[in-house]
Ligand binder design. Structure first.
Ligand SMILES: O=P(O)(O)OC[C@H]1O[C@H](O[C@H]2O[C@H](CO)[C@@H](O)[C@H](O)[C@H]2O)[C@H](O)[C@@H](O)[C@@H]1O
Length: 247
């Protein structure tokens, strides 16, 4: 297991002295390696344990901030302990969504379903406030790219588009991870924030944080985050280093 890069270690040491402290992380690609089938994306071994360790430290809040629906996030991760659960890119902030979003989401489903059915390997994921077109298992990569383009063109452009890794998602709320992290940080009066993410939607959270916070991009790709680590195993090592610093 590799230790975090030295400059990230320095940033974590400075962060560890601040309270209240918010430790917030995306799920897929960060706490769990990506998998072909979304329900099979289980946590990197040891990650649940280190999150529990962190959440037991007085003055530390640990939050999961995911594009997944809340119920799916809880079931797939299997995490336990005193965690804050934020799903649907922030739309599920205080628990499951209330209000009638299902009707608008179902209209989207009806529009996108025929496109997905016509592309072998593609899959439609219906979430509380959005619909996602997944192409990770489409063997013909030009057909995959064409499907994502057709999906984009088929929906009302005023809806919130959430492109991601082998996925194109359309949401019926304008929630984003940046607003969610800012809201949670304000709620607990955080004096410092660590945010970990790997995908396009995590850039909103990186941008929402300040220069004294610690932002970490996981894997390749452009980012505004200040630090980068390779994969979920490196994330677990980073979290373990932080837990050790917190005593
Ligand atoms: O915000 P996150 O916690 O990173 O969730 C983002 C999306 O994750 C899931 O899709 C992604 O991970 C799948 C499992 O590894 C993978 O098969 C898929 O290609 C990825 O796009 C989830 O299915 C989506 O609902 C989330 O929005």
């Amino acid at each position: 297991m590799s230790a975090p890069p030295p400059e990230l270690g320095v940033a974590l040491a400075a962060l560890a002295g601040r309270r209240p402290l918010l430790v917030a992380s995306d799920y897929d690609g960060v706490l769990a390696p990506l998998a072909d089938v979304p329900s099979e994306a289980v946590p990197e071994p040891g990650t649940g344990e280190v999150l529990e360790r962190l959440s037991a430290v007085p003055g530390v809040t640990v939050a999961l901030v995911s594009g997944r629906g809340l119920a799916d996030l809880r079931a797939t991760s299997g995490f336990t302990g005193e965690l804050r659960w934020i799903g649907s890119h922030g739309a599920e902030f205080d628990g499951p969504l209330a209000g009638d979003l299902a009707g608008r989401r179902d209209e989207l489903t009806a529009r996108l379903e025929p496109l997905v059915t016509g592309t072998p390997g593609a899959r439609l994921e219906i979430k509380p406030a959005s619909v996602a077109v997944h192409v990770r298992q489409v063997p013909d990569r030009s057909a995959a790219a064409a499907l994502l383009e057709r999906a984009r063109a088929a929906v009302d452009p005023s809806l919130t588009m959430k492109p991601g890794k082998d996925v194109f998602e359309v949401a019926v709320t304008d929630a984003d991870k940046g607003s969610a992290v800012r809201r949670l940080a304000a709620e607990i009066g955080a004096r410092g924030v660590l945010y970990l993410g790997d995908d396009v939607t995590d850039e909103d959270a990186f941008r929402a944080l300040g220069p004294d916070d610690v932002t970490v991009k996981v894997g390749d790709g452009e980012t505004v985050a200040a630090h980068r680590v390779a994969d979920p195993a490196a994330v677990r090592a980073l979290l373990e280093q932080l837990a050790d610093l917190l005593g």
